[in-house]
Write a protein that binds this ligand. Structure first.
Ligand code: NAD
Length: 295
């Protein structure tokens, strides 16, 4: 299990991933801009700056909200590149622009540091159970080297190609996710308004052609499934601004290559409208409440 690992960004996903690394016997130094988040990972060494976490760590994992924040954390004065050891590895598990990863990997290379993008799918349920899917962009030998570490936090590792390719896979996946969650919420609301029990409708959909992760793993209707944000007041989980960000990433990439995204664009605007209507701190499955007309 070797030397220590730095873990930066201990939010809904990062804290759960970090706890699994500790459980697997890894030695961890952790940092989050919110001190209580840093303190919440039992068994890890809490750090007051990224610098403190990164110094002497051969691997640095970042799980941060946006590309802008990842860039600041990697390139900042007391950030990762200025403090990571030569030949160290930076693994960015956040969902960000492929171009940001390419730029950061180039800057890392100039310092003799290796950089990979390794975004994840599986949500907080997968992060908690260490069943995440990692979509990795980087050089094959580097990907092989980090695979055992990633498997401490997940069940599958896919090498997608060079740096940035993991993000392309992730952005495409979340384009589907953002759309199917709205579709599921729309249908569940219609069924309920027509008098059908949501649990019954869900059990039918889940063995029929309308089934998706949004219906069978992360159902948006309160009380239909246990342990999902919908049954916990839409707290935690995957916040509305983050799915809106991901659909924005898909639209940015689509503009570059000319692919049409009619439903992605509409889904993006629906989540953005939720942000300006009081849903900013709720899980994205609260689109069910939004369509129903309650906060
Ligand atoms: P989150 O908002 O819950 O957590 C982000 C954490 O980063 C917070 O604790 C915040 O305090 C910290 N942070 C912000 N700025 C920082 C800085 N400058 N330095 C250090 N820490 C800082 O987000 P999350 O849900 O954990 O998601 C993280 C990333 O993973 C995002 O890119 C998201 O799109 C992606 N993702 C989320 C999910 C999910 O289901 N929540 C699933 C897959 C991927």
């Amino acid at each position: 299990n070797g030397s220590s690992i730095a873990f930066i960004g201990l939010g809904n996903m990062g804290a759960r991933m970090a706890r699994n690394l500790i459980k697997k016997g890894r030695s961890l130094k952790v940092y989050d801009v919110v001190p209580s988040a840093t303190a919440a990972v039992e068994g890890a060494t809490p750090c007051k700056t990224p610098e403190e976490a990164v110094k002497g760590s051969s691997i640095v994992i970042t799980m941060l909200p946006t590309g802008k924040i990842v860039k600041e954390t990697v390139l900042g004065d007391n950030g990762i590149l200025n403090n990571a050891p030569k030949n160290g590895i930076i693994l960015d598990c956040s969902t960000v622009e492929p171009a940001v990863e390419q730029e950061l990997s180039q800057k890392a290379k100039e310092r003799g540091i290796r950089y990979m993008d390794a975004p994840v799918s599986g949500g907080i349920v997968g992060a908690e159970a260490a069943t995440l899917t990692f979509m990795v962009g980087g050089d094959k030998p580097d990907v092989d080297e980090v695979e055992p570490l990633l498997l401490n936090m997940g069940a599958k590792v896919h090498h997608c190609g060079k740096v940035g390719a993991g993000q392309i896979a992730k952005i495409c996946n979340n384009l589907i996710l953002g759309i199917t969650m709205i579709g599921t919420a729309e249908a569940m609301n219609l069924g309920a308004k027509l008098g059908l029990d949501p649990k019954l409708l869900t059990s039918i959909v889940n063995i029929s052609s309308g089934r998706s992760w949004s219906s069978d793993t992360y159902n948006p209707v309160p009380g239909v499934m246990e342990n999902v944000p919908a049954s916990k007041g839409y707290k935690g989980g995957f916040l509305v601004p983050l799915i809106a960000k991901d659909l924005g990433l898909a639209e940015g990439s689509a503009l570059e290559c000319g692919a049409p995204l009619p439903l992605g664009a509409l889904a993006h605007q629906i989540y953005r409208t939720m942000i300006s209507n009081g849903y900013e701190e709720k899980d994205f499955s609260s689109v069910y409440q939004f369509l129903k007309g309650v906060k």
